[in-house]
Design a protein around this ligand. Sequence first.
Ligand code: IPE
Ligand code: IPE
Ligand code: MG
Length: 254
Amino acid sequence: MTVTDPRKIKSSFDLPRHVGIIMDGNGRWAAARSLPRLEGHRRGVESVRRAVRAAGDLGISYLTLYAFSSENWSRPPQEVDDLMGLLKHFIRIDLADLHKKNVRVRIIGSRDDLALDLKGLLQEAEAVTRDNTGLALIIAFNYGARQEIADAVREIALRVSRGEIDPLTIDATTISEHLYTADIPDPDLIIRTSGEQRLSNFLMWQAAYAELVFLPLHWPDFDQVALEDALRQYSSRDRRFGGLATTQSAMTGS
Ligand code: IPE
Ligand code: IPE
Ligand code: MG
């Protein structure tokens, strides 16, 4: 398959506003080549660059990349270290370029257990790009949906105890407004590479009505063609949100 002219894609697709990607398969990509897992993660950073470029070119507004889960701390300490190091490296090397491309960087997840220098870099990336109006690049790092929901519930409970929220008014919107993603629209499409078909604690609240696309390639092999493949699958889906399909509602006259 060849890469399509982005202008054609824009007009011929029902584009998702927000795409989330579970970037999986770096280790297996490396193992298949008898390379250390770190090499797979390194090549994964190249795919991040390709994904950001392609998402921007295609006119996607929000791109959330799952880079490190709350559960990834259970990996060997050296691998955890390598993944932290790669994020630092990515921000140091790419921040100026992202800024130049008008990308707004956001990081979601818990910062509590991160090293001071990494926390500083994350803060810098957000501060430098905060007024940018192009692609919103959201990096989920030390992120877990269950932890996020627990944080939101704790915050809501504190506000109830201070008399700021009437518990009887709590609804789904209250929860959404207390998540890390409060001002970000829900993902329309979630892509997972590597063939695994699960969410692994990624945006579980926000993904309630997301379309899921599982790609049979490992993250280091991800490119614009793969993104277009996922977008094509997305555009052929019938999103009903609990209602009726467009053709069915036409038949019933509603
Ligand atoms: C994705 O690749 C990167 C992270 C989860 C940080 P993996 O490291 O999970 O690769 P596999 O799944 O072992 O192949
Ligand atoms: C999900 O991948 C987390 C990220 C991509 C950052 P994992 O490789 O950690 O997920 P599981 O363990 O296969 O569910
Ligand atoms: Mg994995």
